[in-house]
Design a binder for this molecule. Structure first.
Ligand SMILES: C[S@@+](CC[C@H](N)C(=O)[O-])C[C@H]1O[C@@H](n2cnc3c(N)ncnc32)[C@H](O)[C@@H]1O
Length: 430
């Protein structure tokens, strides 16, 4: 519930509301996200949007996700229109400007006067009446500005800013994957996540998930040793990949564990909707801890990560992530991988995966794992195409463009799915 001291709460005021409920909700949610007090997707499905009509909820969602995706570009544009571009704006003022500029430049069915006047009102409601005139003047200039002309050549920093990404991140991607791929990733991150087309079968009783995420689960299922009886998904919540594994393995027992009791509970609730999930045993467990002496034939290690392959779905990651964070993530990932690998039966296989585009969390984590042999994913992709799970042309494209040193590396905007890394490791028979 809102409370007077809740930073995401602006006073309701009396008389005719001058700010529509959708914009008010979006403003409150963006304030909380900006203060690291919640995740956009969770807040958009919380009490804050409960009272909204479906249309208003759609508008609030479009505003929140759009502003988070475009924030860097919007701020750059706004800065050029300030009298003193170096001046630091109070956060509610910056947010009212971003919301207004976003509606004026990216939403074609919003009347300019509504975008403009409601941003001015938001500013007043958030206790910043002195900035109302400036917000009005800047947004008038945004509304009147010409559309930028055609771009002949754009540098990496220029398209990073135009497409709302931090420069340091895009420069890394350009160095790792090339300028064209970095541009394609940035463009894809600014769109709503697309429906996938990689697989022959979709919908029905299958869990809803991104094609990249499903591809990791399908690779893990294809990597299952013949006669496997025990599977462990050691970082399982929210459970999409566990469900795919349960669907593909008729006989094996499946243990699904996660360190978070809250996420595990939500996952158990989700599993109840799928009859084939009945055989999954759920438990809270830290995958870095030794555990009992049970060994598994297949382990999926879909570790927590920076999530830079999922910016379309999780737009705020780009504003929170710092380069130093990658080393911290890698340390945790290495601990989980090493803990899980100890529990792999001889001849068993472990799939290590992330939705990060950063090598520190991927190749570098699996390098030098003693006793592990890499099983190239090319053969598994071919197997998925032969068994008619993966579309033939998708398999061919992935084999040609998404495999490096036997590992899978999908890129948003290039492979039509989120960015995932996956490698299959085998434990030598002893
Ligand atoms: C990327 S998510 C897994 C997504 C899941 N595999 C799916 O496809 O739906 C990573 C999960 O790892 C969990 N986690 C983090 N540290 C862990 C640890 N030490 N042991 C087990 N789970 C952990 C997090 O709570 C989170 O739910």
């Amino acid at each position: 519930m809102n409370s007077p001291r809740d930073p995401g709460n602006i006073p309701k005021g009396s008389g005719t509301p001058k700010v529509t409920p959708a914009r008010r909700a979006a403003f409150e949610i963006l304030t909380l996200v900006g203060e690291n007090k919640g995740h956009s997707d969770e807040l958009l499905h919380s009490v804050r949007t409960e009272a909204l009509t479906p249309e208003d909820r759609n508008l609030a969602t479009a505003l929140v996700m759009g502003v988070l995706r475009w924030q860097i570009a919007l701020d750059a544009r706004i800065r050029t229109l300030l009298q003193r571009p170096e001046q630091r704006l109070a956060e509610p003022v910056a947010l009212a400007l971003r919301m207004g500029a976003f509606q004026l430049t990216h939403m074609d069915r919003i009347p300019a006067h509504a975008a403009l006047s409601e941003s001015v009102e938001l500013c007043k409601l958030a206790n910043q009446p002195h900035a109302a005139g400036m917000v009005n003047a800047i947004l008038r200039k945004v509304a009147a500005a010409q559309k930028p002309g055609a771009r002949i050549f754009e540098s990496v920093p220029a398209f990073a800013e135009r497409l709302g990404h931090p420069r340091w991140l895009v420069e890394r991607w350009a160095a790792l994957y090339g300028r064209g791929a970095a541009l394609a990733i940035c463009e894809a991150d600014q769109q709503e996540p697309a429906d996938g087309s990689m697989f022959t079968e979709a919908g029905g009783d299958l869990p809803q998930m991104d094609d990249g995420s499903r591809l990791v689960a399908e690779l893990a299922a294809a990597a299952m040793p013949a006669n496997a009886t025990r599977i462990w998904d050691c970082c399982a919540a929210p459970g999409g990949k566990t469900l795919m594994l349960a669907r593909r393995s008729a006989h094996a027992e499946i243990a699904a564990t996660d360190v978070s009791a809250r996420r595990l509970k939500q996952m158990e609730g989700r599993f109840r909707r799928y009859p084939y999930a009945e055989k999954i045993q759920c438990a809270v467990a830290d995958a870095t801890a030794p555990g009992d002496d049970r060994k598994f034939d297949l382990i999926l290690c879909d570790v927590p990560c920076s999530g830079t392959g999922t910016l379309s779905r999780n737009p705020e990651i780009r504003h929170r992530l710092r380069v130093e964070e990658l080393a911290r993530q890698a340390e945790r990932q290495r601990a989980i991988l090493h803990g899980a690998f100890q529990r792999l039966a001889p001849g068993g296989r472990l799939v290590y995966s992330t939705c990060s585009l950063e090598p520190e969390e991927n190749e570098r984590v699996v390098e030098g794992l003693a006793g592990a042999r890499r099983l190239p994913v090319e053969g598994l992709l071919a197997q998925l195409a032969q068994t008619d799970i993966l579309q033939q042309d998708a398999a061919a494209t992935l084999q040609e463009t998404a495999v490096r040193d036997g590992a899978l590396r999908t890129l948003p905007g290039v492979h039509g799915c989120d960015g995932f890394f996956a490698v299959v490791l085998e434990r030598a028979e002893s």
